[in-house]
Unconditional design. Sequence first.
Length: 222
Amino acid sequence: MLELKQLKRVYARDDFSSFTAVDNVDLDIMPGDFVSIIGRSGSGKSTMLNMIVGLLRPTSGKILINGADLWSMNDKEMSKIRNSKFGYVPQGLSLLSNLRILDNVRLPFCLDKREGNGIERAMNLLEEMRIQSLAQRYPAQLSGGEMRRVAIARALVNNPEILIADEPTADLDEETSIEVMKLFARINSRGITILMVTHEYDITDYGNRICAMSLGKLVEKK
């Protein structure tokens, strides 16, 4: 489903030196996998995810989605892949403050031509996340855990093949973190592939594969 081949990202510094954030990473992800990538802040995890979802161009290497080279596509083709194949839960708070929760969730549905308006799909997801009563509220009226559930619902609204999550429990208390990870396990049990990066080793037990990232290099542990 998803292949990383010698993926590399190098940043230039002001003093004309360079820094390698992602260093020749190889990774094959199969349909139904739940892959957890563990690593400290600054290890290259988020940089790698941003390349996978098409937000950051690799210095070299390839990202293949069902055999298609992501970064050989034009902007329109890549945008369609992002909106249909991927569901992305970014790090931190990512909801649009001027939109109600229902509209935040259904926003990706409205970015391409689809039948309907996405309201029923969005409400079903909010119900699955047990926050349907918050549909008409604004993000500022929600707790951190509630906003994370909304972000997950938004990532699932277009029935993606793979859910990508960047530190999904980083700013949550222990109880809420467990609830979020149980949601991920339930989503994965329905056949949706999950790629998650985290610095919290205790939540990696919810997946079937664990990789460690350090100084831009990736090694599979399990």
